[in-house]
Design a protein around this ligand. Sequence first.
Ligand code: ATR
Length: 278
Amino acid sequence: MQNAAITALGLNWRYLAFDVHPDNLRAAIDGAKAMKFIGLNLTVPHKLPALRMVDELDESAGSWGAVNTIRFEARDAEGEWRPLAHFAEGVPGAIRARGFNTDAEAVSRALREDLGLQQLRDTQVLLLGAGGAGRVTALKLASEGVAKLFLANRTARKAEEIAAEIRARFPDQDVTVGYPADKMDLVINTTSLGLKPEDPPPFDSREFSLSQARLVFDMIYRPAETPLLKAARASGCRAANGLGMLLYQGALALETWAGMSAPVDLMRRALEREIYGR
Ligand code: ATR
């Protein structure tokens, strides 16, 4: 999706994948800086350690506590830090690495565009999972001030930790660890359950039923339809998989590097071709 967009924008760039051992993350970031890369994306398990390896943290990375995008920058003639994409005639002087997070914004954009959820404020949400993705999603929902937030996870202690962080940072947020007895506007799966066809549902079916839900978002995008999404649609819910999140975090990263709007529709088609072969 990035290379399709880069070509469409007329940029003389390439997006490449590199497999980096965690022990070599700092060397990889410094090496990319030395080679004047435009930027980097990072995925698991690099998002947290990278916080300590960039020269500057954008507010997005600071507030969500994870880096998934790095932009390399240098000073222009006026002494202002600019993205390397800004310098047509070679990069002057020292380069710094600035860390961003585009995952959190991608969650709310996916909910808006793929589930038609315009107003997160009035929404009651059950969030399943309390790993890295669950934490960022929970904090983002709290920052948007959802009406009610329920956090359920196999290991309850991890959900409790996220609830405590929410209470400290967003004291007005209504947050509960466990399952709701009432109807929910939105259920979000951030667990890995559903990657394999034989996986059980990502919620405890003695505690919660999909008949309580109106909208269901599954962060998994492969398979395109997880058992959760299938069951959700069968019970009349509107449902979307996580492809939109992958798309929007990438589109936002490209915009961060290039300073131009990303061709999102073209990127979505490229992603679907690559992942689903259609
Ligand atoms: P990510 O970065 O994608 O969020 P993670 O941090 O490893 O990945 O989190 C995985 C999530 O899936 C966690 O909520 C995990 O539950 P635990 O906190 O109890 O480990 C959940 N998960 C993974 N396998 C599971 C399983 N077999 N049953 C229930 N939950 C599972």
